[in-house]
Design a protein around this ligand. Structure first.
Ligand code: AP5
Ligand code: ZN
Length: 216
């Protein structure tokens, strides 16, 4: 399985990727997670990315494409992957097409998780993440049974710096301006599968699986 998850911030890309990875054992490649790990570790990449991320802007394409070139060539990608948060602009999609051609890999599909802006704001204002394992929670829609600690590993839960309402609205504006054109880009190429992501997480997963089976 080699798929891309596209959708606005808070559409549930990370949540669905966790479920698909647990079931199918493919690699989960989240550009947001890679960037946050670099910010935390204080690497040069993290220093370059931080101000863009804090402002709800996109990190420049050349930085992201350079990072993904190395990641897609790693061994765990051979058994399949889910791209979560990449590509996010048409130039990134064009760069990905060249990278995949170099590696001799073809895509199975691009899944658009479609959800309205107000649902996004509700989801992101209540999101909590595990500091230790990265698992995603929501204070109302998907709470941890251990309160402020992770169900899986006991790690502390925290709120992302960019999950404040003003930054969320900026991220949404950037999505509509720079990422939404990918819907047309992949639609024209016959790759796009649209899923209503306002449903519960389990229903969204069943829809994704049904679509992938129909395509297989
Ligand atoms: P990134 O980390 O990719 O953030 P994002 O795209 O804004 O997406 P999110 O992680 O916010 O949302 P999600 O769709 O994964 O939703 P989740 O499953 O967590 O990027 C962060 C930043 O890094 C960017 O702003 C940019 O600066 C930079 N960056 C990253 N990639 C880049 C790239 N390619 N190019 C340039 N810059 C890049 O769910 C959200 C919440 O909703 C959770 O609380 C969850 O529990 C809940 N939830 C999920 N599904 C449901 C459901 N069905 N019902 C109810 N609640 C749900
Ligand atoms: Zn955890």
């Amino acid at each position: 399985m080699r798929i891309i998850l596209v959708g606005p911030p808070g559409a549930g890309k990370g949540t669905q990727a966790e479920k698909i990875v647990a079931k199918y054992g493919v690699a989960h490649i989240s550009t947001g997670d890679i960037l946050r790990a670099n910010v935390k570790a204080g690497t040069e990449l993290g220093r370059k990315a931080k101000s863009f991320m804090d402002a709800g802007a996109l990190v420049p394409d050349d930085v992201i494409v350079g990072m993904m070139r190395g990641r897609l060539a790693e061994d765990d990608c051979r058994k399949g992957f889910i791209l979560d948060g990449f590509p996010r602009t048409v130039p990134q999609a064009e760069a990905l097409a060249s990278l995949l051609a170099e590696l001799g890999i073809t895509l199975d599909g691009v899944i658009l998780l479609d959800v309205d802006d107000e649902t996004v704001v509700k989801r992101l204002c209540g999101r909590r993440m595990c500091k230790k394992c990265g698992r995603i929670y929501h204070v109302v829609f998907n709470p941890s049974s251990k309160g402020d600690h992770c169900d899986s590993c006991g790690g502390d839960l925290y709120q992302r710096d960019d999950d404040r309402e003003a930054v969320i609205r900026q991220r949404l504006a950037v999505y509509h301006d720079q990422t939404a054109p990918l819907v047309d880009y992949y639609g024209k190429a016959g790759f796009l599968l649209r899923v209503d992501a306002a449903e519960t997480g389990d229903k969204v997963l069943s829809r994704i699986e049904a679509m992938l089976e129909r395509r297989a």
